[in-house]
Structure formats: structure tokens, C-alpha cells
Design a protein around this ligand. Structure first.
Ligand SMILES: CC(C)(COP(=O)(O)OP(=O)(O)OC[C@H]1O[C@@H](n2cnc3c(N)ncnc32)[C@H](O)[C@@H]1OP(=O)(O)O)[C@@H](O)C(=O)NCCC(=O)NCCS
Length: 174
């Protein structure tokens, strides 16, 4: 689960707009009255760690969080500058809406926002699906980067692990 480096200056951001038009998806920043809804949704789907990271991204003004909606339903989210400045993630798309480009569109929305702020690179923190980031944004693994900024985190060690079948972090009962 290394961190991965992404060259923001090399990305084609227009692709994200095409996907939105083709799939009837809207990618946007949530507004303040939606804050609790979004955090609760992430809590439900992905658990407390990610919900806290989303809450942090929604503590900034403007938010460093994007959501994907389809027919007025929340189907995915992505955040940056949450666990550490310059870091992308977490992100998630509801299982029934995956593999339609929504996750990549959310990620590119974050990366475009970061690029506009002046970042040259983004770091995907402690990635689960490494192959996904290699394929979509040519990300490269940073050597010796695990546990990186997560070192000493109170829920780490043998308590949290990546479940590749369910594509999510799972917390073991201790
Ligand atoms: C990772 C995730 C956000 C991707 O969202 P998505 O909407 O399914 O992604 P996209 O449709 O934009 O995928 C684009 C491409 O990446 C591929 N891809 C998607 N998930 C992948 C994975 N886990 N491993 C390798 N390739 C993957 C798709 O097949 C697709 O390729 P194609 O265009 O050739 O068909 C989604 O799978 C998810 O929510 N996973 C669980 C949470 C998670 O792992 N978050 C990341 C933590 S670091």
C-alpha cells in the first residue's frame, strides 16, 4: 500500500467533462447544507476513517471535496488535502456505478482543482488499487512510502487492512 506520485502537469482534464455528458453524471463540490449528508453517506459505505477524512476536506473553504450525482442521487466522492497537504484520497464510487468512468472523473476534478492552485504533483496516499492509478493517471509508486504519513496512526498495525476482494479497508475486531 505505497503512496503514489502523479504528474498533474501531464494530465488531460477534458476527459472528465466528456464522461459527465455521456453518462448523465454531475461532478461538483457539495454545498454546506449537504455536508452532513455526504459525511454520513461515506460513513455508511466506507466507515469512520474515510468519513473523518471527508469531514476534514469539508472543513476547508472552499471544500477540497467533489461528489458525483446521478438522477439526484449521490454515487461517489473524492477529496484531497485532507490527510496531508498535496495528498489525494480517499475516494469511492458505489459498486453498482463502477467502471463507467465516474471514479476517474472525480479524481480528475480534484487534480484539476489542485493544478489550478499551483500544485505540480499529487500524492495518492496509501493506495488500495495500485493498478487503477497506474492505468488511469500514470501514477508511480513511491519507494518505502508505507506507512508513510500514517505511521503510528492509532487504528493501524493489525487493526486495519485492505480487503482486495471487497475493494475497501476493513477494520478487524480486536
Ligand atoms: C477505485 C474506484 C474509485 C474506481 O472508480 P470507478 O468509477 O470504477 O473507476 P473508472 O470507471 O473511472 O475506472 C477507469 C478504469 O480503471 C479500471 N479500474 C477500476 N477499478 C480498478 C481496480 N481496482 N484495479 C485496476 N483497474 C481498475 C476500470 O476497469 C477502467 O478501465 P477501462 O476504462 O479500461 O474499462 C472504485 O473502484 C472504488 O470505489 N473502489 C473502492 C474504494 C477504493 O478502492 N478507493 C481508492 C482507495 S486509494
Amino acid at each position: 500500500m505505497p503512496d503514489m506520485l502523479v504528474k498533474l502537469y501531464d494530465l488531460d482534464f477534458g476527459w472528465a467533462d466528456e464522461i459527465q455528458a455521456k453518462k448523465g453524471v454531475t461532478i461538483r463540490k457539495p454545498i454546506a447544507p449537504e455536508r452532513r449528508y455526504v459525511i454520513d453517506w461515506v460513513m455508511d459505505v466506507d466507515g469512520a476513517c474515510w468519513a473523518d477524512e471527508v469531514a476534514n476536506a469539508m472543513a476547508h473553504t472552499p471544500y477540497t471535496c467533489f461528489i458525483a450525482t446521478k438522477e439526484d442521487e449521490l454515487v461517489g466522492f473524492a477529496v484531497y488535502d485532507s490527510v496531508a497537504l498535496g495528498f489525494f484520497g480517499p475516494t469511492g464510487v458505489r459498486p453498482e456505478h463502477r467502471n463507467q468512468g465516474i471514479g476517474t472523473a472525480l479524481m480528475l476534478a480534484c487534480f484539476r482543482d489542485m493544478r489550478m492552485k499551483g500544485y505540480g504533483y499529487a500524492i495518492v496516499g496509501g493506495v488500495g488499487p495500485q493498478a487503477y492509478y497506474e492505468k488511469t493517471v500514470n501514477a508511480v509508486a513511491i519507494p518505502d512510502s508505507w506507512p508513510g504519513v500514517y505511521k503510528g496512526m492509532l487504528t493501524l498495525g493489525d487493526k486495519v487492512s485492505w480487503d482486495s476482494e471487497r475493494q475497501r479497508w476493513v477494520r478487524q475486531q480486536t
